[in-house]
Ligand binder design. Structure first.
Ligand SMILES: Nc1nc2c(ncn2[C@@H]2O[C@H](COP(=O)(O)OP(=O)(O)OP(=O)(O)O)[C@@H](O)[C@H]2O)c(=O)[nH]1
Length: 359
């Protein structure tokens, strides 16, 4: 039976990603400390000694939900690092790359697109200013051509790694949000079965397939008997839990490939692709027995919950509403025949529902 999947909180995922970035950035700073020592650039080496603890504090701030403090520290660190790196060694060392990583993060983490866009403009102006400054002023602590190239390649590699990670995260977030939205649009929140709208869509697809020479299609329209009494005697909350349990029993009793949804209040619909009337009737009987045989005393009920079920099979050229009307007529006959019964619809809407199996 088709089911549903768990959800994830995308906002907390964003902060988890920031924590991972802090760890990565801290590791990069440790690597840069040794690189600058090796290159004979002590000022930059010592900047990294301060950067590492800043990322450690930012990580701790994120862990303790001091998100604004964490983001402020990360911004300060990257701005100072990129500025000093560019002014001391030169634009060609590629420290400006680190500023670029803020652009997607600004839009992903900011609820206001306007504020994110304004910050990007400020960042762009800063970027331009830094480029012009490094063009006009000679590097304060120049290093050899080869060392600068090595540094440039290192920074470029970090940018590729970080950007790939961030892009992957953003795509995962979008896909997760899409899955979550489509689940909400297709699921009944109480029973976690498909909702009516999605059942209509699924039935439409099966009918189209059948009209093109595909498999047969049978419908089970099911209604909980005397459900009003459950609400009246045990309360609405108990009624909700009973409906939810009926949903779970229906899911268990149906085969992989069948679909079941909540059709209305205490009414359910199952689609059985590939089943003819005889097979659908057997399935309906199995479902009826599964619900009636469940131990409902667990819910404080003194009598078992039962279902009346109307079975219909889609006829060539028939509209969905016609198949369902025939199933509904059979269900109605089941109610009148004493409930806790499976009734089979006749082939055309004009004929009354007939045939019965006692419960
Ligand atoms: N707890 C709960 N009750 C619901 C929900 N949706 C519909 N109902 C109740 O289901 C009851 C349906 O009552 P009726 O239509 O009279 O049918 P019935 O009592 O099941 O009787 P028969 O169908 O004739 O066997 C009403 O009391 C509705 O309030 C729901 O989501 N939760």
């Amino acid at each position: 039976m088709e089911g549903r999947r768990p959800t994830a909180d995308s906002r907390s995922q964003f902060w988890l990603m920031c924590m991972r970035c802090c760890v990565l950035a801290g590791c990069v700073d440790v690597a840069l400390f040794f690189i600058f020592h090796y290159l004979g650039s002590p000022i930059l080496a010592w900047i990294n000694v301060f950067s590492g603890p800043m990322y450690a504090i930012a990580w701790w701030a994120l862990k303790t939900r001091r998100n604004v403090l964490a983001l402020t520290l990360i911004w300060i660190e990257v701005l100072i690092h990129a500025t000093l790196g560019s002014l001391l060694i030169g634009w060609e060392a590629g420290f400006y790359y680190y500023l670029l990583m803020f652009i997607p993060a600004l839009f992903a983490g900011n609820r206001s697109y306007r504020r994110a866009a304004l910050t990007v403009v400020a960042l762009w102006l800063f970027y331009i200013g830094l480029a012009v400054a490094t063009h006009l002023v000679e590097p304060v602590q120049p290093i050899s051509e080869n060392a600068r190239l090595a540094l440039y390649l290192f920074n470029l590699t970090v940018l590729f790694g970080m950007s790939s990670y961030l892009s992957m995260y953003y795509m995962m977030t979008v896909r997760r949000a899409h899955r979550s939205l489509s689940r909400m649009a297709t699921t009944d929140p109480l029973t976690l079965l498909y909702n009516r709208g999605y059942m209509v869509e699924l039935a439409g697809r099966h009918i189209a397939e059948r009209e093109h020479g595909g498999r047969r299609l049978a419908f089970l329209l099911m209604d909980v008997d005397h459900f009003k009494q459950v609400n009246d005697l045990h309360g609405h909350d108990c009624g909700d839990r009973v409906l939810s349990q009926v949903g779970a029993l229906l899911r268990e009793a149906l085969r992989e490939g069948d679909s079941v949804g909540r059709w209305g209040g205490e009414e359910f619909l199952a689609l059985l692709p590939g089943a003819d009337t005889r097979q659908a009737t057997q399935v309906a009987e199995r479902v009826r027995q599964a619900v009636a045989g469940y131990d409902w005393s667990l819910y404080g009920l003194h009598a078992p919950v039962t279902l009346s079920i109307g079975v219909s099979e889609h006829q060539a050229g028939e509209m969905l509403s016609d198949s369902l009307n025939r199933a509904d007529a059979a269900l109605y006959a089941g109610k009148h025949g004493g409930r806790n019964r499976v009734e089979v619809a006749l082939e055309t809407e004009q004929q009354s529902a007939a045939g019965s199996q006692a419960g």
